[in-house]
Every structure is written in C-alpha cells, then in structure tokens.
Design a protein around this ligand. Structure first.
Ligand SMILES: Nc1ncnc2c1ncn2[C@@H]1O[C@H](COP(=O)(O)OP(=O)(O)OP(=O)(O)O)[C@@H](O)[C@H]1O
Ligand SMILES: Nc1ncnc2c1ncn2[C@@H]1O[C@H](COP(=O)(O)OP(=O)(O)OP(=O)(O)O)[C@@H](O)[C@H]1O
Ligand SMILES: [Mg+2]
Ligand SMILES: [Mg+2]
Lengths: 453, 453
C-alpha cells in the first residue's frame, strides 16, 4: 500500500548498515574498532595528550566478541555521553577543522550493531575534569533516535580517560589481519600514539610510539568565501545580527580583510554600508555566486589543518622500512568548495620483490582507509600516472603513502573508506604523484650510480 | 572547541551530498533526472498504468538548467506533497516490497540541490483522485529538515499525473550521454514504459514502449523469519497486542504456518500458549537467534517481487540487438538477511568487435546502475568467473544484463549506484553467471556448427 511515513536517521542507518561499514560480520569487527580508536585519538589530540590506547578483544564464543577500547584522553562532559553514544548525528566535530570524526554517527553505529547482534548495552566510563568518573550503560532507541539509559552513576575506580565496552557478533578470524594493518598504519599517520592490541590471552602487540612530538591541534576556522553557497550564506546572515555588508564579510569569512571586502562590494556595485537585513534574496544569490568566483581572495589558511608533517612521517616510515629510500612531498593549502585542504605523501622504495607496483596506501585526516580502494580519487589519480617513465618497474617495490587533510573529507559513503572524485582533489593528487615520481627517478638513478661505484 | 550539538539529516546530506549522487555538476544532472523518473515509474506501477513520462531539459544559460519530469501516474495525496518533496527520510516505500525508491530521500535531495545552486523552489503539480489538481512551490528548510511551502493552491489546467519542475546548475554537455544511456536501459528493464526526452529544441528522443504487458505490482509481504534480528523482533512484538507465541509467529511471519510454528517452539522448549508479553529479554534473544538459524522454514515467497521476466526482457533486448543471440536465466527466490530476492539475467552475443568482454550492465529493482561499478557485488562475481572456458573471446561481443530484485537492495551508498558484497547475493550471482556462461558455450558451438553447414 502507499502509507506515507517518515523514519528516524537511526532507523535509516540500521536498515542500511552496509553503508556505514557494518554490512558483514568481518567488516563489523573492523568498523567497531576503528570508530572507537579514532574517537580516542581525536580526543587526545584536542587535549594535547600523548595518546595511550588499549584495544582488548575477547572471544566469548565462536562469534561473540567483547571489545573494549580505553584511552588516557580528557574524557567527555557527562551530560553529553548518552546522546554522543546513543543518538545518530550528534557529536562535537561539526566545526570546520581537521578531525578524524565528522558525522556524529560512528560510535552510535557500533553501539547499535552490538545491541542488534547480542542485545548487550554498551558501557561507557569516562573521567572528565575533577571529581569522580561516571559510568553509563546505554542502548539506542532506533525508532526515535534517542538513547536509552539503562544505568548511570559514579565510578570511583576509573581514574583517567574514556573506556568503551561492547559486545558484538563478528568474524574475528577473518578480521584480524585488517585490524592489525589498520593499527600499524595508524602509527604511521599518528606516530606519537601508542596503541596496544590484546586478543584473548595472546601476547599483547604494541603499535608505536615512534615520536614524542605532539602535533598542534587544528583550530576551528571561519569559512572561506569559496564555500559560500546560497544556503550557507543565508545561514551565516541569519545567524548574525544585522550589520553592514562590509563588516559582515570581514567578520564571517577568512581571507577577507577590510580592503578586500571593500573592493569586492565595489565590484558588485553594492554599497558597503547597506545592512545584511536589507538584502533581497536575489542579491544574496548574486553575492553567493560572486564569492565563489571572484579571484581576489587569497588561498585558505591552514591552522585548521594538522598534516602529519615531514619529520613525523619520515620517522615512522624509517622505523617500519629501515633500509628503504624515503622521500616526502606536500601540496597546498588549496581548497575544494572552499574547504582548506593539504595533500602530503611519501614514497618508500624497498628492495623487496614488488607485488602491485606502485602500491598505494591511503589516509584521510590521518585515518587509514583499507576498503573500497578502486573508485577512490587517490587511486584514480594514481592510475592516470605513467609510472614507467619514472622508473617504477619490477626491480624494487614502490609504496606510496598519501594523506588527504581537509576540514571536510568528501567521503563516498558514510563508512569513511573511500574519497569521492572531486576535481580539485584529483588534479592536486596527480601533481603530487608526478612530484613523487620524479623523486623516485632521481633516487633510482642515484642508487644505480652508487652501485656502479 | 568542543561544542556538542546535533544536525538534521537534511543538513547531513547537504554537507555530504557527494554520498547521494550530487557531488559534481555532471552527476547532479543525472541524479536529478533518475530520481524523478524512478518516482514516476514506481507510481505508475502501483496504479497498473502504462507509464508515459516526459523529460524536458532546457538550458537557460551555460550551466543553468530547467528540468521538468511529468508522468501519467496516479498522482499523490495533496497533504503529503510538502513532506515527500521537502523532508529527508519521508516517503511511501518503507514497506517490504520491490520498489525502485527505498529511502524517502531521492527527490528531496534534487529539490535541495536546485535550491542550493539556483535559489529556485521546486514546483510540483499533481492530480490525485477526483477534483482539481494541486500545485506547490517548495523549498527545504535544511536546518530543521522540514518543507517551506512558498505557494500551494489548485491548478485547474493540469489534468493527469505528476509534474515536477526544478532548476539546477549542472554540466548538461558532459551528462547527456549517460542520461540517454540511462533512459535506453530503463526501457530494457521496464519495456512497457514510454519515456520521451526533449533537450532544448532538439528533436524529441523516444525510449520504448517495447511491450504493452503491465507487470503485476509487487505486494507488501510479511517479514521472513530469517530477517528477525533482535531489534526487529522487539519491534514486531511491541507493535502488536499481547498474544500467544504460536499466534504471533503465524501472524507476523511469512512461511510460518501453525504446524511449523508449533514444531519451532517445541524445538526451543517454549510453551506455544505463553504470551508475547511474558517473554523476557533473554528469551527474545533466543527466539531471534533461532528464527535466523532454524532450517524448518521454507524459502521466501516472491509476490513482493516483480522481476522483469523472460518475455519482457527478451522482447526489449531483441529490439535493441535485432541480429544477436539472446539467452535468459533466473535464480531464486532466495533470501539475504531474510529479504526475498531474485536474480535474473540475459546474455546477448553480437557480432560486433568486443570492447570489454564480457561487458556487464547492472540493474537493481529495474534501476540501471551506471556509476561505481568496480566494487559492485555483480562486478566482483563476474570477475571471479573464468570466461575463457565458456568461449568468451575476441570473436564476438558478449553483453551480460543482470537485474537484482529484492525487498531491500543493499546499496553501498545512498546514491543508489553500487551493491554491497553480501555473501548470499555474491554466490547466487556467480551461479547465475556460470549458467549464462554455459548458455554462451552452447550458443557459440551451435553458431559454429551452423556456419559449417
Ligand atoms: N574516547 C572519547 N573521548 C572523548 N570524547 C569522545 C570519545 N568518544 C566519543 N567522544 C565524543 O562523542 C561524540 C560522538 O562520537 P561519534 O563517533 O558518534 O561521532 P564523531 O566522532 O563526531 O563523528 P564520526 O561519526 O565521523 O565518528 C564525539 O564527537 C566526541 O565528542
Ligand atoms: N511522480 C510521483 N508520483 C507519485 N508519487 C510520487 C511521485 N514522486 C514522488 N512521489 C512520492 O513521494 C515520496 C518521496 O519520494 P522520494 O524520491 O524522496 O523517496 P522514495 O522514492 O520513497 O525513495 P528514494 O529516496 O529511494 O527515491 C515517494 O515515496 C512517493 O510516495
Ligand atoms: Mg567518531
Ligand atoms: Mg524516489
């Protein structure tokens, strides 16, 4: 029949959980762990803490797993725990800056999947500020997209950070390889983090720390004029008291000082002293189109970004590939749809017999992407390069590590595994690969020269 | 800073519109058209009307397009138009049956994209039942995920069906080829539909009709026991008055008659006369696990499905490839997560010089999928077949048309372009391809024999 109704966003992602990385029992284990670990890393980063994260996986039966991730982070305010973990599209990372998390949905999906497959509530213990830690046991009310608090109370034995425990049904055997690969690559992109993996009574595996250098946390930035589509402009105008157009532009956007604002409004034949309140809809459209096309604005600022950086990335790769030849390159900041973006990469040339050559390892805001490589913009860009002309052949393995940093990563799906083919990103990626290609060429010829001598 | 907040699902898909097919100006034109055309086809199907759909694209400037799609369908109830077109996750297709639409978000994204890029509201005129047609001009309040009704009133000059008009910015030149391909393939999967494409003052292009046979509309089915995860079971129990366990099972699930229900409850050592109200949480978990593992339930019924069928598909393909050799195969109904599913396919062998061989053309619930083929389960299945042993070589082009019908298509992303690698679907697809492979082999050897004689 044709019954008109709406569903909650929790219901939507429950029905379509394959879109968020929970479509099969192998990927579900991986997704649960990566969502928890990325939350811990984001939290430690904000608080400028050297991350220490413990990942415990206990097999309670053939496919029933207990998963516990704990960190030494700053914890989180107690009044927000139920919604952060029990409501889809609720979080603290909606501002414009480089974070691993972006949607406000990751950990809630893990809680939901656990509840769905095992009926167990998630347990969250967190210590925030002074005073005792708080403990919560939560379920998700899927129909209403709201948390169900089964228990909440103080926990005096928990002394630091956040610990999340849940039970899920999953295929640990099939998932183990990718989980260890994910953690290994995390210590490449986040070398100052130390992550310990403990599976049943196996000896614990430690990943990192390769560096004690804590990166500067990214700072929320104002939007760049290039990002001002009609909706955003409407939103920015109505969010503020009425003010002069000139003051509005200088106040609201980065890279728009009083001189630039005056020139821009002159170019549009708009009186700088008119109020935002007095603008008609058509004028807003004109301003929006102009903001996105006027070439008088400088490139975006990058304090909202936090790339790995040459020293950190080289240090981590040197640990993993001690005898290899390693070169680093960086491009940007540029922008896509006004979002400040940096692309950084390193090429690692090792003596081993190559499998796929070159082999691409992708990161987005330092998050290793291990699934859905084929249609990723970085893969597409790599495939457009003629690697033969840079001397990539069957004599040595070439590994390309590429990290895309942006205030918004254009993921192709809500499972955060694959980046959409945005033209600006693809062209910058191709240029980065060509630069790395030239580095390979110089390196191989210098290796050959030194072999001859 | 760490400001905890939530965003609406409209805000989520506005920020991440590349996840719903609106990430670039070329795909946006395609997505707008396919969302509108699929809605018209779904509506005509329900009303058992031979679809007549007009797609008009008018270039108003280099990248400003007016897009108008009108149908001869049953229209829709006036009180639901604002939310259907102006609210994300609102629709009439949430019941368990085979429809092209599934999320309640497609057309709202098109409206949102139009408003975002041109500031124009969408205009919807629809005639439903007796009395005058109604006209609406709508925008989406993104922050609150609710429609903004700019105008609504009667329209006495509109006599049938639904007409949707919107303006978007897009790259028509780049999008044209894929739009015509999409419409051409739609007349393969929906041969009783007639679609006319009119771009500016070019001569109109007509797609179909190849058949006057109207398929039986799919009927909403009760869930199959295999689909009863804990959440669904909770939901089904609480949606009903308390009743005996036996009555609940027989009433709620397909393929569960009184005998099967009694045997099942006996197997679980549960008294069939206990009430659903009396069940503990642990008992619900036990029943859920058992429902999904007990092998006493028959395969799902298929009246909720509406495959293209051998006659219709052969008729359409014979029109498009008059001199080709065509064979049809069907598998199922089987189930994935309890969802009734059918896989049907046809192999077309033509004399032309092969490009990629074989070449795969994918459909999901009759919707042609033209993007993101690489990680699609159908592509993965096809790549696992050794096509040489079936005689697929450079002598003739082999085209594989495959349609996945299900009450739920496990799309990898909300843009409905690619199907997730669900194990049950992949294994059935591989078996279908092997069957089609054997058909190719028989066909090629019979062609060779007839050439010798
Ligand atoms: N270990 C933690 N320490 C501190 N805060 C946390 C931790 N885990 C989660 N949070 C808080 O809970 C919020 C919700 O987490 P969730 O993973 O659902 O969303 P997100 O990380 O913002 O985005 P994404 O969906 O992309 O992961 C976060 O925004 C963060 O504020
Ligand atoms: N041409 C039409 N004729 C009749 N009803 C329509 C038409 N177009 C849209 N509708 C109604 O509007 C609802 C919302 O459409 P929308 O495209 O947003 O969602 P959907 O088709 O249900 O799912 P999906 O997001 O997968 O397309 C539909 O469910 C349908 O009831
Ligand atoms: Mg997160
Ligand atoms: Mg639709």
């Amino acid at each position: 029949g044709t019954e008109f109704t709406s569903i909650s966003v929790a219901e939507f992602f429950y029905r379509n959980r394959q879109m968020v990385g929970f479509g099969n029992p192998t990927q579900a284990v991986y997704s649960t762990i990566r969502e928890l670990v990325e939350n811990s890393l984001d939290a430690c980063e904000d608080a400028k803490i050297l991350p220490e994260i413990n990942v415990i996986i206990r097999r309670e039966s053939s496919d029933l797993l207990l998963i516990e991730v704990s960190d030494n982070g700053p914890g989180m305010p107690y009044q927000f725990v139920p919604e952060a973990f029990g409501k889809v599209l609720f979080g603290s990372k909606y501002g414009l800056r480089h974070k691993r998390g972006t949607f406000g949905l990751g950990v809630t999906m893990a809680v939901l999947y656990g509840q769905l497959t095992t009926n167990y509530p998630a347990t969250i213990i967190t210590k925030h500020g002074q005073g005792e830690a708080n403990e919560f046991r939560l379920l998700v009310d899927i129909k209403n997209n709201t948390p169900i608090i089964e228990y909440s109370g103080p926990n005096s034995s928990h002394s630091i950070g956040t610990k999340v425990t849940l039970k899920i049904r999953g295929d640990l055997k099939r998932s183990k390889l990718r989980i260890t690969e994910y953690l290994r690559l995390t210590s490449v992109s986040t070398p100052h983090a130390q992550i310990t993996l403990l599976i049943d009574d196996n000896p614990p595996i430690q990943f990192g720390r390769y560096s004690k250098m804590i990166p500067t946390p990214p700072r929320i930035s104002r939007p760049h004029p290039r990002s001002a589509d009609i909706e955003l402009l409407h939103h920015l105008i109505s969010n503020n008291n009425s003010m002069t157009l000139k003051a509005f532009l200088v106040d609201t956007f980065q890279k728009c000082g009083t001189k630039t604002a005056t020139r821009f409004l002159h170019f549009l034949s708009l009186n700088p002293n008119r109020t935002t309140e007095s603008l008609t809809r058509d004028e807003i459209v004109r301003i929006s189109n102009a903001l996105r096309n006027y070439n008088g604005f400088d490139k975006p600022e990058s304090q909202c970004l936090s790339p790995i950086g040459k020293d950190s990335l080289m240090e981590a790769l040197n640990r993993l590939y001690p005898s290899a030849s390693i070169k680093y390159e960086i491009r940007g900041p540029f922008e896509w749809n006004g979002h400040p973006t940096i692309l950084e990469g390193a090429v690692v040339i090792t003596d081993s017999t190559p499998a796929e050559n070159p082999s691409l390892i992708r990161f987005a805001n330092k998050v290793p992407l291990l699934y859905d490589a084929s249609d990723d913009v970085l893969t597409l860009a790599m495939k457009r390069i003629n690697w033969n002309r840079y001397g990539v052949d069957t004599n040595s393995q070439v590994l390309l590590f590429v990290n895309l940093c942006s205030t918004r990563i254009p993921y192709r799906e809500a499972g955060k595994q694959s980046i959409a083919a945005i033209p600006a990103i693809q062209s910058e990626a191709e240029l980065l690969f060509k630069t790395l290609g030239r580095a390979i060429k110089r390196e191989s010829s210098s290796i050959r020269r030194s072999k001859r001598n």
